[in-house]
Design a protein around this ligand. Structure first.
Ligand code: MRU
Length: 369
């Protein structure tokens, strides 16, 4: 069985996602056919993880066009080239400006769903650069947009495969790797970043044992990372977030590898809340702490992590669990969805170009490093 997952696909005019809220109990594929459905899926974390959000943003713009102008039973866009021929049917009276103004509005709405993962904004900007070109034909513009969105999806798969290969060289046969949250196939086009490194090492014939932080409050580690490891027959041990110090104090963990939602020019990296705690514990016990991310996660416009926007989520994620109240409902809460690990705690950033070491300098883009 392939280690890749069909996390997000563009199928017959809809963005199809694996509904990650229902995992591991139920594997349900959901068709997102309106901008509202795309935004709800992102906000509710049905689709999540920085690179997957980028692809969802790009496909979401195509969904906006389908929603507004879909013909009877027909569709315009598909990620399979041979199933993406509907544009001949696109209404002739819709102008380039009509489509642009719809896309500007959809781009704003989708872009406002989650602030931290730069990939979402990066992908929407890539699409905007295409639709803002000087088009004379609506069909040509839409064809180019579809190709750009599919390129974002395909490039992400390739970048994850490449960074996986680079990262795998860091792992000895028998490595024990701790990770936080889910940076697997579910968080990307299908192969993963931090888990992609593990998958690539396993594909290269090494044995790897994964230690998965459960990742409070929404349990991406327990629900998703453990599920992906078990699906791929990779030994996995689940621990509560607070147990990482006890685990690392035993002295036999090879390294930590986590994903990232946004990496500033100096290498400071935002990732799921609790990631920085793990980095601090790794520092205390001399365990190398790696960040694995494609270059679409690097934001050269931010000098350091202090200006990375951090999403704050609803109080009930902390005061209740699976619908059961676990704290008085009036309790004041602090619920940032991400934290920033300072670059000086990061032993290396694994990208599709190789493993980069400090000092990091992404000011001119990933090439500058
Ligand atoms: O809130 P989430 O589940 O979207 O947070 C995801 C993470 O923090 C991932 O580690 C990150 O996006 C990297 S995914 C390859």
């Amino acid at each position: 069985m392939s280690m890749e997952l069909p996390t997000i696909r563009l199928i017959k005019g809809a963005a199809e996602i694996i509904d990650q809220v229902l995992l591991p109990g139920r594997y349900v594929v959901r068709r997102l056919q309106t901008v509202d459905q795309v935004c709800e899926a992102i906000k509710a974390l049905r689709v999540r993880g920085a690179p997957a959000l980028g692809v969802t943003g790009a496909y979401g713009l195509l969904v906006a066009v389908e929603e507004k102008w879909r013909g009877d039973g027909a569709h315009y866009f598909d990620d399979k080239d041979e199933d993406s021929k509907g544009l001949e049917e696109f209404p002739a009276d819709v102008t380039v400006d009509d489509v642009r103004s719809l896309l500007d509005s959809a781009a704003r709405t989708i872009g406002e769903t989650r602030p931290t993962a730069v990939n979402l904004h990066w992908a929407i900007d890539r699409m905007a650069k295409v639709y803002r070109k000087n088009w004379t034909s609506t069909a040509d513009m839409l064809r180019a947009l579809r190709n750009e969105a599919v390129a974002i999806y395909r490039e992400d798969l390739e970048m994850c495969r490449a960074l996986g290969r680079h990262g795998a060289e860091l792992l000895e046969d028998g490595a024990k790797v701790i990770t936080h949250c889910n940076a697997g196939g579910l968080a990307t086009s299908g192969f993963g970043t931090a888990l992609g490194v593990v998958f690539a090492a396993v594909e290269a014939g090494k044995s790897v044992h994964v230690y998965a932080d459960e990742t409070r409050p929404l349990l991406q580690g327990a629900r998703l990372t453990a599920w992906e490891c078990i699906r791929n027959k990779i030994p996995v041990t689940l621990l509560v977030d607070g147990a990482s110090s006890s685990l690392l104090s035993r002295g036999d963990i090879s390294c930590a590898i986590v994903g990232a939602d946004r990496i500033a020019a100096n290498g400071d990296a935002a990732n799921k809340i609790g990631t920085c705690n793990l980095a601090v514990v790794c520092h205390r016990y001399g365990v190398p702490f790696y960040v694995a991310a494609p270059s679409s996660t690097i934001d050269p416009s931010l000098a350091d992590g202090s200006s990375i926007p951090i999403e704050e989520r609803a109080a009930d994620e902390v005061t209740s669990f699976a619908g059961v109240q676990t704290a008085p409902s009036e309790t004041d809460t602090f619920n940032p969805a991400f934290d920033v690990t300072p670059a000086d705690l990061i032993a290396g950033i694994i990208t599709e170009r190789g493993v980069l070491h400090p000092p990091y300098d992404f000011k001119g883009g990933e090439d500058a490093a």
